[in-house]
Design a protein around this ligand. Structure first.
Ligand SMILES: Cc1cc2nc3c(=O)[nH]c(=O)nc-3n(C[C@H](O)[C@H](O)[C@H](O)COP(=O)(O)OP(=O)(O)OC[C@H]3O[C@@H](n4cnc5c(N)ncnc54)[C@H](O)[C@@H]3O)c2cc1C
Length: 305
């Protein structure tokens, strides 16, 4: 994989630089899940709202010969408008992911000890010293997807004594694959099914447990059975899904809360493409984001050639 990418970059650089510079850059960058990607003539700018990113230095070093410039701490919609980007560049690719997090909708979520799993995972990724991260002794992770599994396994490895994933439906309904579930269990994580949180138990503004209600399906609907139980906990993580933050002015038309695109990943605004988790066809998988980047790059290349 690595050597293929290196070969592609070398090939483009030596033989096809003029023709496919822009589109190939978009392709390669989008394949690697780069954020908001733009290019003008032979210039490609990447805007990221954070000052960190998920790439190793050698990957960025590989991009440098192409004149790719990345601007960190730049939030599209706040520091720079979508309209302005559209005016400044021939093509804009939005790969904004899902940065909003669903709330549990129970009382007490503003207490200490309750956090979003993705935010904590972000801290793990950026930590210079993992020993400085807060690690609870008894941890509850609420959710049933890969974020819940990642969160539970990572905090267990960081030293938590008891880690429990609680999911409102059964094992088969969890969006995390069986392999992922088994991976968590092999790492000492307990998974409880058919339970939903009804109340956070707190003491001195800090969480000390969660009350759950058993659930079942009645007439096709998930309902509480009325039977409740408590789990002690000094740390609770929400991992019940992420949402597209649509507060940036001038975004293309949305459908089902995400950016609508056609089969070429074109949005409702001419000159703006989008792909990855932020579009409504997104499967929320890395491989789908990679494919979207590739197809969008081809489409941009065709349109600008
Ligand atoms: C904890 C966790 C575990 C996962 N595990 C798996 C797994 O095992 N396998 C799998 O296939 N998938 C997994 N996924 C899903 C996978 O990470 C995503 O499908 C993939 O990252 C989507 O890529 P993307 O480029 O669309 O968005 P992202 O990778 O989310 O990138 C979006 C980027 O855009 C930036 N951004 C957002 N808004 C703005 C703005 N307004 N201005 C500037 N920048 C902005 C964000 O900060 C971010 O850097 C997991 C996800 C999570 C959260």
């Amino acid at each position: 994989m690595v050597s293929q990418r290196r070969y592609l970059l070398k090939n483009v650089y030596e033989h096809e630089f003029k023709d496919i510079f822009g589109a190939t850059s978009v392709n390669i960058l989008a394949r690697n899940m780069v954020s908001t990607l733009t290019f003008r003539f032979r210039r490609t700018d990447v805007y990221l709202r954070n000052e960190w990113f998920n790439y190793t230095n050698w990957e960025w070093d590989d991009f440098k010969p192409f004149g790719i410039d990345y601007k960190l701490n730049t939030t599209i919609g706040k520091d720079l408008s979508v309209d302005q980007l559209r005016k400044d560049f021939d093509a804009v690719f939005l790969g904004m992911g899902l940065t909003g997090v669903n709330s549990l909708l129970v009382d007490g979520e503003d207490n200490n000890g309750i956090d979003d799993a993705v935010r904590y995972i972000e801290d793990i990724r950026q930590a210079k010293d993992l020993g400085e991260l807060p690690v609870g002794r008894k941890v509850i992770v609420i959710g049933g997807g890969m974020t819940a599994i990642d969160m539970a396994v990572q905090i267990k490895k960081l030293g938590s004594e008891d880690v429990t994933i609680v999911y409102r439906r059964g094992q088969k309904e969890m969006s995390a694959s069986l392999v992922e579930q088994q991976n968590a269990q092999n790492n000492g994580v307990l998974i409880k099914h058919w339970s939903k949180p009804v109340r956070l138990i707190t003491n001195d503004n800090s969480v000390c447990g969660v009350e759950f209600e058993y659930t079942s399906v009645k007439d096709g609907k998930l309902v509480g059975t009325g039977e409740k139980y408590k789990i002690d906990s000094d740390m609770v993580f929400r991992a019940i899904g992420q949402t597209f933050e649509d507060d940036a002015d001038g975004l293309p038309t949305l459908g089902s809360g995400r950016i609508s695109v056609d089969e070429n990943y074109k949005t409702s605004i001419s000159g703006i493409w989008a792909g990855g988790d932020c579009v409504n066809e997104g499967e929320d998988l890395t491989v789908s984001a990679v494919e979207a980047g590739k197809k969008a790059a081809e489409s941009i290349h065709m349109e600008l050639s």
